[in-house]
Write a protein that binds this ligand. Structure first.
Ligand code: IVH
Length: 669
């Protein structure tokens, strides 16, 4: 008889093989049921032998439908966004700036559809798909390879020839209208919440933990951007046509445009023609075709200068107001919501639209039963943009903001200088308490699996969890005592809570629900403070010295930690073992002054670190980054494919050009 540990190993290798048969070869040898049984067996054994934990176990992969979320990786090149424009004149002005920057060189543009789905980065090695990563925050993304493999239009093995050994291709994963309508009809029949639009449905589907369900929903993918060091052509269009020949889906709409006139005609054509397409689009994208010119034009912090998005005008509908309700958020902010007669807008049915706050509601001067204009731009939540005064009913009363919290009845307060009304009953108002706990356990915060909105509400009602610190005293038997809690789900929650103790400090800060402290601010604040004791002790002026922290955020942080209830929660979290400091060796200030007084310009593509990492390294050693070469430049840090214009300028000014190895040697790495 093999020991249980041997059995674990045996099951793992068996399941790996079946996974491969199923996902890669599409040739399963066993039924899904048999597969599930093997997986269950392994899960059970693993739960009894935590010492045998292995991140590469098949139970940790999305092949299982109880997987614990996705691995995250850093993008090789950050995934940036595009600058938006809303009129032909704006696009023309952009094209004019390009012409100017390129000093009269002939320029060809490429016009494309802006697909309204979710961005994806695909990595191919030797013609095989090795990794698929979501955009994430642009720097780090989720590895969703298993789900992406189920999208039939994405080649797992490339055809033809001429593809580089290693390259990245980016595109958009979309849910075609037909599949979206089918999915929503199913959900409606099952009493499940509907997806607001194909973009949400595509993003939601891509993050499912069950690839079989992903496959069933019918995602599709269009590719529009190739990156790598040995691309076949020196221009975007030919590279995309090559990609098409290797088996990728590249939109037929992609067109080379040789003048601003042709750009304008492209816009006029697709403004209406796009409605015939099988997938949602929210605009057009224009790119400079030549890769050399792209390199010369470069990037701003957020987006390439060589590309621009033209957004289609939002569609508008007119519908009747039924009533205004008031939502209570986790920060106590009251949001007025217009509940509407259902109306079709950009392909989806709208029943609710945000009225944002009292000021906006007053400005719109909404009366009972008014006919309202609803618009949906790129954002998920439709908004009310106006009232049809001619349709106002005689004697209709103006809709007033509530004076008391609709959830707990407490009188609302208005913060000086803010448009928001707030319920001050932080610790006694149900949606606030539950909202904070829900936020805390969320995937981008403490990532505690198995606790959703309903579980939080149930735990609260049972008196087991009244704040985020209470989570850490939960025992499995308390959970199984609740209605509808099986032992496995209780285990999963308790395990999730245990694992959350290793979540990095910056995410703990984000998880706390400090007003105005979002994910990015939390990162900066955590890095600057280093640990919770320093953070709690930092006075407002020192907080304001942190990048991105203004007086309002600084005050919110100070107030948060001045509240004894919050201090107690922090102490209890700390006592429970939650991470309350940046990792060992972290240093907020400069590491050395080896580059003090030196200005460096980074150009080209690197292999040992990303460009952003080099920028950070320069700053860490006291140096300054600059975007353009001038007499003040001390060094040019050059990677592969450095722009010829930059090279010429550096040589002309006699500025030393160093490669990454020389640079790393310089800073002693
Ligand atoms: S190019 C560095 N082309 O729009 C430029 N993006 O707002 C990379 N998108 O994150 C993007 N269609 O997810 C590009 N034809 C297209 C696109 C497209 C849709 C998305 C993409 C990007 C976002 C930017």
């Amino acid at each position: 008889m093999p020991s249980e540990l041997e059995l674990i190993e045996q099951l793992r290798s068996e399941l790996h093989r079946h996974n491969h048969n199923y996902y890669v070869l599409n040739a399963p040898e066993i039924s899904d049921r048999e597969f599930d049984l093997l997986m269950k067996q392994l899960e059970e054994l693993e739960s009894r032998h935590p010492e045998a934990a292995d991140p590469n176990s098949p139970t940790q992969r999305v092949g299982s439908d109880i997987s614990k979320g996705f691995d995250q990786v850093r993008h090789i090149y950050p995934m940036l966004s595009l600058a938006n424009t809303y009129s032909i004149a704006d696009v023309d002005a952009w094209a004019g700036r390009i012409d100017e920057a390129l000093q009269g060189q002939p320029v060809t543009f490429v016009g494309e559809m802006k697909f309204d789905g979710t961005g994806i980065s695909l990595i191919y090695e030797h013609g095989r798909l090795v990794r698929a990563v979501t955009r994430g925050d642009g720097v780090m993304g989720d590895v969703v390879t298993d789900n992406v493999r189920t999208i039939r239009s994405i080649p797992l093995q490339l055809m033809g020839e001429g593809y580089p050994d290693f390259f990245e291709i980016r595109g958009e994963i979309v849910l075609p209208w037909a599949a979206f309508d089918r999915l929503n009809a199913e959900r409606e029949a099952a009493g499940e919440p509907l997806f607001a639009n194909p973009r949400n449905a595509a993003a939601g589907t891509l993050k499912l933990q069950n690839p079989a369900e992903v496959a069933r929903r019918g995602l599709d993918a269009y590719l529009y951007y190739m990156l790598g060091e040995n691309l076949p052509f020196d221009n975007h269009y030919d590279n995309m046509m090559a990609a098409r020949s290797w088996g990728f889906k590249v939109s037929d709409a992609m067109t080379r445009l040789h003048s601003i006139d042709e750009v304008d005609r492209f816009i006029n054509h697709w403004d209406t023609a796009r409605k015939e397409l099988p997938v949602a689009t929210d605009g057009l994208v224009f790119k400079v075709n030549s890769l050399r010119q792209q390199l010369n034009l470069g990037f701003t912090a957020k987006s390439p200068r060589w590309a621009v998005a033209y957004k289609f005008a939002a569609e508008r509908a007119l519908t009747r107001l039924r009533f205004v309700s008031f939502d209570v958020g986790r920060m106590g902010i009251i949001t007025p919501v217009a509940n509407l007669e259902p109306v079709l807008l950009s392909g989806t049915i709208v029943k609710r639209a945000s009225l944002h706050n009292d000021d906006i509601m007053r400005a719109l001067d909404i009366h009972e039963h008014d006919m309202l204009y609803v618009e949906k731009g790129g954002e998920i939540i439709p908004k009310i943009t106006g009232v049809d005064l001619d349709a106002r009913q005689p004697g209709a009363e103006r809709v007033r903001f509530v004076s008391h919290c609709p959830a707990c009845g407490t009188q609302l307060v208005r913060v000086e200088g803010e448009a928001a009304w707030v319920c001050p009953n932080k610790y006694g108002c149900f949606p606030q308490i539950v909202g904070r706990i829900e936020h805390f356990v969320g995937r981008r915060m403490m990532n505690i699996d198995g606790i959703g909105e309903e579980t939080v509400a149930a735990l609260f009602r049972a008196g087991l969890v009244r704040n985020i610190a209470d989570l850490y005293s939960l025992r499995p038997e308390q959970l199984t005592g609740l209605e509808g809690f099986a032992e496995t789900s209780a285990r999963r929650i308790v395990d999730g809570i245990e694992q959350s103790k290793t979540v990095p400090f910056e995410r703990v800060i984000y998880a706390l629900s400090i007003p105005f402290v979002g994910e990015t601010t939390a990162k900066k604040v955590a890095a600057a403070a280093g640990d919770i004791d320093r953070l709690m002790a930092l006075p407002a002026p020192e907080l304001e010295a942190i990048e991105d922290v203004g007086p309002r955020i600084a005050e919110a942080i100070v107030n948060y930690f001045a509240d004894p209830a919050n201090r107690e929660i922090v102490e209890r979290l700390r006592a429970a073992g939650v991470t309350m400091a940046m990792p060992e060796g972290h240093d907020a200030g400069p590491v050395s002054d080896l580059l003090a007084g030196k200005t460096l310009v980074i150009s080209g593509v690197f292999s040992r670190h990303s460009r952003d990492e080099y920028k950070a390294l320069i700053e860490k050693h006291g140096g300054k980054n600059s975007g353009s070469i001038s007499k003040k430049t001390d060094y040019v840090l050059a990677g592969d494919n450095m722009g010829p214009a930059k090279l010429e300028k550096a040589e002309k000014l006699g500025i030393p050009i160093i490669d990454e190895n020389e640079f790393l040697a310089m800073i002693g790495e």
